[in-house]
Write a protein that binds this ligand. Structure first.
Ligand SMILES: CC(C)(COP(=O)(O)OP(=O)(O)OC[C@H]1O[C@@H](n2cnc3c(N)ncnc32)[C@H](O)[C@@H]1OP(=O)(O)O)[C@@H](O)C(=O)NCCC(=O)NCCS
Length: 127
């Protein structure tokens, strides 16, 4: 599902089962904050949240909706469920990283009230 949702993204899209297993073995991993959406038996989306306990900060760590299920409100619903979970942990603030040209994701996040905190610039040259 991650590979399908992030097919356009070289780094996130190439995450393997092994990478997932490694992250699940990290001390911060909390299965209660990893939400999966099913339509019948089919996995159609997920929202993996992360808690930065020292900073009192929640994170939309990875959000993905399968290509066939996009545009139907699932991304918004999954984000909301994860944010409720983070708020329920007593975290007053949530953050995330998103590429500025990812119009669908930026739109979901802005509609849910996120604002830009910091902008990183990346330069590239044609070779
Ligand atoms: C980003 C993503 C999760 C959004 O999920 P989705 O289910 O398609 O989004 P929704 O249907 O819930 O849309 C929520 C809102 O965003 C808007 N939106 C969705 N796609 C949009 C697009 N391409 N351009 C502009 N607005 C868009 C919708 O109109 C909707 O607005 P509304 O609240 O007024 O109805 C999904 O596109 C995805 O998985 N993309 C690939 C992975 C990815 O980039 N994840 C985020 C990484 S930070």
């Amino acid at each position: 599902m991650n590979a399908a949702a992030f097919a356009h993204h070289p780094e996130q899209g190439s995450l393997t089962q092994r990478d997932l297993d490694d992250r699940k073995a990290e001390p911060w991993f909390d299965p209660a904050g990893f939400f999966l959406a099913f339509r019948g038996d089919e996995l159609v989306g997920f929202h993996w949240t992360k808690v930065h306990a020292e900073e009192g900060l929640g994170e939309v760590y990875v959000l993905g909706v399968g290509p066939g299920a996009q545009g139907g409100g699932l991304g918004k619903a999954l984000t909301t469920i994860g944010l409720r979970h983070l708020a329920g942990q007593g975290l007053p603030t949530a953050m995330l990283y998103v590429d500025a040209d990812n119009k669908a994701a930026v739109s979901v996040y802005e509609r849910l009230g996120f604002v830009t905190h910091e902008v990183d610039l990346m330069y590239r040259t044609e070779t």
